[in-house]
Design a protein around this ligand. Structure first.
Ligand SMILES: NC(=O)c1ccc[n+]([C@@H]2O[C@H](COP(=O)([O-])OP(=O)(O)OC[C@H]3O[C@@H](n4cnc5c(N)ncnc54)[C@H](O)[C@@H]3O)[C@@H](O)[C@H]2O)c1
Length: 313
């Protein structure tokens, strides 16, 4: 098998000063990419700032003979996001890859979530990912090539207590992937989303009982709940070799899987008048029946699928 390389390509990895992002930056650089190592350098809640996190990863890359430059802007600020992409253009002349990885965490039960928590989580994860990717999209369209990866979470797609705002922002990555995937397709831009799970400093914020569960499962997984077991899928997804688009993948402890969003065939109500509430109640089992499940690839595609079922009846 020929090795997957990134020579002459430029990658931006946000939040690459530690945790998962650091491993992506190191692996991309080791495979020839010039990397913009972005990190705000604050704490896990998203407060504070500093240059040492991004600088230390850049130093690691340079020491290994790779190419990298640090950027300390916040993804949560649209001007900062523009500056992150501008760093790639100024220093390396192009941008081929964006990995939206930067993130903070503030856990609280729904009735204890503050406005500040909600604003902070949505600004960093949801707006930040959109700002940075929007800034890169323009250049990717012009060059007819790009790879964008959003970082979602099992908390957003499957659910987790104490993470309503975080989960909502992370579920938003699915929406971003769908639209970037559709708009980018004609321009050679592929966009996907990752649901990672690995021990990083984010674990500090977890409920002790959940942390204990994690420790037990980690032993079952051969202690593979670490960032480096996530990296291979990430690097493949942003490579020229990967043709996947508009898809969601999960990477946990060396297990890689695709996440699918399906639509049951459902129940077709009367055409001549809207169904009554009682009709819906009577057919709720049909609505839930998963014998036939479609995977619409766009809004229009869902309409086409319904039309197909209507014609078949
Ligand atoms: N670790 C997990 O199990 C897990 C699970 C699901 C999703 N994720 C997601 O993976 C990503 C990486 O998380 P991690 O576990 O490596 O945590 P981490 O805290 O080690 O890394 C996140 C990095 O983002 C940086 N950052 C935070 N806010 C920023 C901002 N506004 N601008 C630029 N940089 C900023 C931080 O300084 C930090 O270095 C996050 O998006 C996180 O939500 C992680």
């Amino acid at each position: 098998m020929t090795s997957i390389r990134f020579d002459q390509q430029v990658a931006v990895v946000t939040g690459a000063g530690g945790g998962l992002g650091r491993t992506y930056a190191l692996e991309l650089a080791a495979r020839g990419a010039a990397v913009v190592v972005n990190d705000l350098g604050g704490n896990i809640s998203g407060d504070g700032a500093g240059t040492s996190m991004a600088d230390s990863v850049v130093a690691e890359i340079l020491a290994a003979g790779g190419k990298a430059v640090a950027n300390y802007d916040s993804v949560a600020d649209s001007k900062g996001a523009d500056a992150i992409i501008q760093t790639a253009l100024d220093k390396f002349g192009r941008v081929d890859i964006v990995i939206n990885n930067a993130g903070n965490l503030r856990n609280a039960y729904i009735d204890k979530l503050s406005d500040d928590d909600i604003d902070s989580l949505h600004s960093v994860h949801l707006k930040g990912s959109l700002y940075v990717s929007r800034a890169a999209f323009h250049h990717m369209k012009q060059q007819g090539y790009g790879r964008i990866l959003f970082t979602s979470s099992a908390a957003g797609v499957f659910g987790n207590p104490e993470q309503a705002a975080y989960a909502a922002a992370k579920a938003g990555m699915v929406g971003l992937t769908n639209v970037f995937g559709i708009e980018g397709e004609a321009h050679g831009i592929k966009t996907n989303t990752l649901l990672p799970m690995a021990a990083s400093r984010m674990a500090e914020k977890m409920d002790p009982a959940q942390l204990q569960q994690f420790a037990e499962l980690n032993a079952t997984f051969g202690n593979a709940l670490t960032p480096d077991y996530i990296t291979p899928l990430v690097v493949y997804l942003v490579s020229r070799e990967c043709e996947a688009n508009k898809s969601i993948y999960s990477a946990v402890a060396g297990r890689f899987a695709k996440v699918v969003i399906g639509l049951t065939k459902g129940w077709l109500g009367p055409r001549d008048a809207p169904a009554s509430v009682e009709d819906v109640a009577a057919h709720f089992a049909d609505i839930e029946d998963q014998t036939v499940v479609d995977e619409p690839c766009s809004l229009v595609d869902e309409l086409q699928i319904i039309a197909k079922h209507v014609r078949a009846e």
